[in-house]
Design a protein around this ligand. Structure first.
Ligand SMILES: *[C@@H]1O[C@H](CO)[C@@H](O)[C@H](O)[C@H]1NC(C)=O
Ligand SMILES: *[C@@H]1O[C@H](CO)[C@@H](O)[C@H](O)[C@H]1NC(C)=O
Length: 503
């Protein structure tokens, strides 16, 4: 996941309306197309050993993205050979087409037997953020196993997904599985630094081929454990949107002069006051317009008194809860567009009035707002025409993907979570605070879900892009099992038949 990595509690609203107008029917749609016998997700000792060794090997290849222009292309080339070596069946299967895009990204097309079913896509990324050795218990690219955990950069972000997807498919193919529904696997190589040469090129290629996807599943959220104080059980969060972003450069120009006869205001003073106003004036709280609200309502019964009462009566307690969420900087990021002052440059000499002062401000846009709206608000807050606004980079938050009863991707995820992790009582929609490669595929689908089938707690969050990133061997096996089940589930259709009104 690109920085900032946290895809936290973004708990979107359930479209109760959607649920209300659909009458439940007994049968699943998928049962209308009888499918091949289900392949059980049971793996032999030898397969389990091979799968964890394959993950370790992937961690050992330092596919680091240092900056948009500086990727370890030697490692990326090595990785290309590596996946061929560890997943031989996948590469020799006749109904799977493999293409290299942008030199190092991989696009697999798995042709299903039933062309009437709309295809879907699984996304993961090859690159990782840098990991200086200092502070790690084991070297970050060693892939060492300790106390049941595999350590290393990429064990959670995101080689676990990447290897998990290919591993699950390899194991299915060994068991002679042939999918009914076609799907794509897109593995980008520059996700951590934009996705412009990987994901974006794969998307363009598929757009040129006229592909439309039923849905996409990418990294993003997790099964959350011990993240919200007082919440009794773990719950799964499937993010249905992510935040937008703006890199805005503010600039003040002035005629240079001597510091012995200073003007009343300097470029530095004017700019400092402007950025200070931006920092001190929060963007509006969008709690009521976002996913967070209804997901909290869904989770209400998981809390003890009085939180359960408060969350089940948000019609009354909404102002209270929205203010409480503002208090922690983590939950604050879920309810509003955030403003971060990240760079400030001015001055050339101790006795010269700076001719130019520049500051860089990074906004992360709440899904209920747009780039234009945020820029307008920022201009009103700065309220000084001497401060120029230069947008360096900006994108709107993607639309919220559907998560009602008729949302195929969401329902397939829900079904698979329920069967693979029966202890998880709630699957709630969320907002991802970071960004993923999936946003490059918006033209191909209106249903993008961000979910990594792995447990994570608050400590685990700190390891993403941080020290001692690790995954337990058992968690990785569960990840492979999840994808193994998910791919098979995607051949059926878990949605209830929509109620058809007879006229
Ligand atoms: C790039 O990857 C190769 C292995 O493929 C490794 O030997 C080399 O040290 C890496 N370079 C950097 C700068 O990390
Ligand atoms: C999406 O499609 C539009 C219209 O064809 C095109 O202009 C735009 O570049 C596409 N966006 C992406 C991210 O591919």
């Amino acid at each position: 996941m690109a920085r900032p990595y946290i895809c936290l509690l973004a708990l979107p609203a359930v479209l109760l309306l959607g649920i209300a107008i659909i009458s439940r029917s007994q049968g699943l749609r998928g049962e209308k197309h009888p499918s091949a016998p289900r392949i059980p997700s049971q793996f032999s000792q030898e397969e389990r050993f091979t799968m964890k060794e394959a993950l370790k090997g992937a961690i050992q290849i330092p596919t680091v993205s240092f900056s948009p222009k500086e990727l370890n292309t030697t490692a990326l080339a090595e990785f290309r050979e590596y996946i061929r070596k560890v997943f031989p069946t996948l590469f020799k299967t006749s109904f799977i087409q493999h293409e290299i895009v942008g030199e190092y990204s991989h696009l697999f097309t798995i042709h299903g037997s039933d062309p009437s079913l709309q295809p879907y896509m699984l996304i993961a990324h090859i690159d990782v953020v840098p990991a200086p050795e200092e502070g790690w218990d084991v070297p970050p690219f060693s892939g060492l196993e300790r106390d049941g955990f595999i350590y290393g950069r990429g064990t959670l972000d995101n080689k676990n997904s990447l290897m998990g997807i290919l591993q699950a498919l390899e194991l299915l193919l060994i068991r002679n599985y042939v999918p009914q529904r076609s799907f794509f696997i897109a593995l980008g190589h520059d996700e951590e630094v934009s996705g412009i040469n990987g994901a974006q090129k794969m998307s363009a290629l598929l757009q040129a081929r006229g592909v439309h996807l039923a849905f996409i599943v990418d990294e993003g959220s997790f099964i959350l454990e011990d993240i919200i104080p007082n919440l009794k059980n773990p719950f799964a969060m499937v993010s249905v949107t992510e935040k937008g972003s703006i890199n805005l450069m503010l600039q003040v120009n002035m005629t240079p002069g001597h510091s012995s006869v200073p003007p009343k205001e300097t470029s530095i003073g004017i700019l400092a006051a402007a950025v200070s106003r931006l920092e001190q004036t929060p963007m509006p709280n969008m709690f009521a317009d976002g996913p967070v609200m209804t997901a909290l309502q869904e989770l209400a019964d998981e809390f003890s008194f009085p939180t359960n009462l408060v969350l089940s009566n948000l019609w009354l307690f909404r102002p209270l809860v929205s203010r409480l969420l503002e208090r922690s900087f983590v939950t604050n990021a879920l309810v509003r567009t955030t403003v971060a002052l990240t760079m400030f440059n001015a001055g050339v000499k101790a006795n010269v009035i700076a001719p130019v002062a520049q500051a860089l401000v990074n906004f992360r846009i709440h899904p209920a707002q747009t780039v234009q709206e945020v820029l307008k608000l920022a201009k009103d807050i700065v309220a000084d025409d001497r401060v120029q606004f230069h947008v360096l980079y900006a994108f709107d938050p993607p639309p919220v993907s559907p998560f009602d009863d008729q949302a195929l991707g969401y329902q397939l995820l829900r079904q698979t979570i329920r069967s693979v992790f029966p202890e998880v009582n709630h699957v709630v929609p969320g907002i991802c605070v970071g960004n993923t490669d999936s946003r490059h595929f918006l033209n191909l689908t209106s249903a993008i879900y961000l979910f990594n089938p792995v447990y994570i707690n608050s400590q685990g969050f700190l390891t993403l892009h941080g020290l001692n990133e690790k995954i337990s061997v058992q968690a990785y096996e569960m990840q492979v099992k999840f994808i193994f089940e998910f791919i098979q589930n995607a051949d059926t259709d878990p949605r209830p038949d929509p109620h058809v009104h007879e006229l």
